[in-house]
Ligand binder design. Sequence first.
Ligand SMILES: C[S@@+](CC[C@H](N)C(=O)[O-])C[C@H]1O[C@@H](n2cnc3c(N)ncnc32)[C@H](O)[C@@H]1O
Length: 236
Amino acid sequence: MSQTDENQKRILYGRRRGKALRKNQRYAVEEILPGLRVPEEENPVNLDALFDGKSEKYWLEIGFGAGEHLAWQASQHPEVGIIGCEPFLNGVAVLLGKLLENGSQNVRLHNEAAEHLMERLPEASINKGFLLFADPWPKTSHQKRRFVSDENIAALAHILEDDAVLRVGTDHTDYGAWILHYFLRSKDFVWEAEHPEDWLKRGNDWPQTRYEAKAMREGRRSVYYRFRRISRKSSR
Ligand SMILES: C[S@@+](CC[C@H](N)C(=O)[O-])C[C@H]1O[C@@H](n2cnc3c(N)ncnc32)[C@H](O)[C@@H]1O
């Protein structure tokens, strides 16, 4: 097993594939995905080249699922280059369909765990991040699988620009508390909340995802955190 395979085995706990792809999804995965992939061996990733020099800034969405949020942001912000990380191929296939439908050209994809991309992104290169409804891993014995950890927060602090905002949503009460606990003890982030509505409401520029809709149908309330990356000068 190569070092890369070993790392991926260590980090990824979710599914890579679900039911068989439909014909148009297979076409999108075989013909379109290769042209949108972040090159696997490039380190550091050259973001200007990746987006053909057409983007003014770069955003990152981790675990986009079926891509409702990512597709919406891409169509609303064509001047921004957005990288989506999602190891589940069926989700990638659904997102590709949405990008084709919208004619969005400003998305690139990493069909693997985000950790493997974050370590190759240049310092302070990302202007906004999204981590929406990450797997809550509710069993105590599985909590070490949660994406929010000191290690991943340090990786996010490294790649986010000064004052960049990371949006984190969850419908899971215990994971919501866990997320706050980890971000509040990080010296690199502050929680941008002054009033309850700052974290109990999404706001108009934060569309609903599939998991949030499911939580709502099942009677669970969600929270919407915004953490700002502290300026490197002031944190020294
Ligand atoms: C509960 S789903 C939420 C999907 C979507 N954000 C939503 O709100 O509908 C969590 C997603 O994160 C993906 N995921 C799990 N581990 C990941 C990792 N290390 N890096 C990137 N994505 C990951 C899973 O494949 C899954 O699609």
